[in-house]
Design a binder for this molecule. Structure first.
Ligand code: AMP
Length: 283
C-alpha cells in the first residue's frame, strides 16, 4: 500500500481540514526520522487513540546549536516510510525547512522553568527549538493528541507545560521508553556508536536497574540511588556523565529523599555520542 506522504504545508493543512470535516480525530507523532521501534511504539499508541496519525519527520534546525550534529543527523526518509507502511492510519508529513522557517521568521516559544534545567544546561537552545516546532506542528495539524516518548522525559514535561500554559486544545500522551535487547534505550543516534561504545552503553541501563532494585528494597535517599548508577557507569571507562539526577516524577523538582514517585534522569557521553536515559521509580 502506498503511504500518504505530504511534503507541502498547504497540502498538510488541507489534509487536516478534510480529516476534521469528516469528524475524524488526529494524533500527532513528532519525530526527526531515522525511525526505530521506539518511534513505532508511539505510532501504535497513537493509532489506538485517533482515526488518523500524522507522523512528522523533520530534523528541526532550531533545537541544534551550531556545533551540534544537525548536519550529521541520520536522514532515512525512504526507510522510514517503509517502516510506517504497516499502519493504515498514518500520513507522513516531511516538510521543507524553508517552509517551516521562511526567511523573516522571528517568533520563538520558550519555557522559562523546566526548559532551562538538566539537558538545557548543556544545550540551552534545545527546548526553545522543541517548543517552537511543536507549537507550529500543533497549529498546522490541530491534533487532538500529541504523542511523546518517556525516553525524553524532560521534553515530555516541557511540552505538557507548554500545552497547559498556552491552552493548546490537545492532550499530551507519554508513551513508554523502549529499549533494545541489550538494555540500551533506542535512539536514532545509536547508529553512531562503535561496537565497543555500544557494549559500554549497556552500563547505563544496568546502573538504572541497580538503582531501581535498591528503590524496590526500600532505599529512598538520592545519594545511594544515584551512586548505584554512577558506579555502574564508572565500570565503562569510555563513558562520561554529563548529569545524573533524581527528583519528583511529576514536577521534576530535585529531591534528596523521595517521598513521592520519582525518576532518575541522566545524560552520558560515549565519545561524541550523547545518550539520555531514565528510570521511573515508584509508579
Ligand atoms: P526523535 O526522533 O528522537 O526526536 O524522537 C521522536 C519521538 O520518539 C520523541 O517523542 C521521543 O521521546 C520518542 N522516542 C525516541 N526514542 C524512544 C524510545 N527509545 N522509547 C520511546 N520513545 C522514544
Amino acid at each position: 500500500m502506498d503511504l500518504p506522504q505530504i511534503y507541502q504545508l498547504s497540502e498538510m493543512l488541507e489534509f487536516c481540514r478534510k480529516t476534521r470535516e469528516n469528524r475524524q480525530t488526529i494524533a500527532l507523532v513528532p519525530t526527526m526520522g531515522a525511525l526505530h521501534q521506539g518511534h513505532l511504539s508511539l505510532v501504535e499508541h497513537a493509532a489506538q487513540l485517533a482515526d488518523r496519525v500524522v507522523v512528522s519527520i523533520f530534523v528541526n534546525p532550531t533545537q541544534f546549536a551550531p556545533h551540534e550534529d544537525f548536519a550529521a543527523y541520520p536522514r532515512t526518509l525512504g526507510e522510514d516510510a517503509a517502516k510506517l507502511a504497516q499502519y493504515p492510519a498514518v500520513v507522513i508529513f516531511a516538510p521543507q525547512t524553508s517552509e517551516l522557517y521562511p526567511s523573516g521568521f522571528q517568533t520563538v516559544v520558550a519555557n522559562e522553568g523546566l526548559g532551562l534545567t538538566l539537558c538545557a544546561k548543556r544545550r540551552p537552545q534545545l527546548f526553545r527549538g522543541v517548543c517552537t516546532i511543536i507549537a507550529k506542528l500543533c497549529n498546522i495539524t490541530r491534533a487532538d493528541f500529541l504523542l511523546f516518548g518517556r525516553k525524553d522525559f524532560q521534553q515530555l514535561r516541557v511540552v505538557e507545560q507548554m500545552v497547559a500554559d498556552l491552552n493548546f486544545p490537545c492532550t499530551v500522551v507519554g508513551s513508554p521508553l523502549v529499549r533494545a535487547r541489550d538494555g540500551v534505550a533506542l535512539s536514532s543516534r545509536n547508529v553512531f556508536l562503535s561496537q565497543e561504545q555500544r557494549q559500554e552503553a549497556r552500563m547505563i541501563s544496568q546502573g538504572l536497574w541497580r538503582a531501581r532494585d535498591l528503590f524496590q528494597g526500600g532505599e529512598r535517599r538520592a545519594q545511594p540511588l544515584l551512586a548505584a548508577v554512577a558506579n555502574a557507569i564508572a565500570e565503562a571507562p569510555g563513558l562520561a556523565v554529563e548529569y545524573l539526577w533524581l527528583g519528583r516524577w511529576d514536577t521534576l523538582e530535585e529531591c534528596v529523599e523521595l517521598s513521592v514517585p520519582g525518576i532518575i534522569l541522566c545524560a552520558v557521553h560515549a565519545g561524541t555520542v550523547r545518550l539520555i536515559d531514565n528510570i521511573e521509580l515508584g509508579l
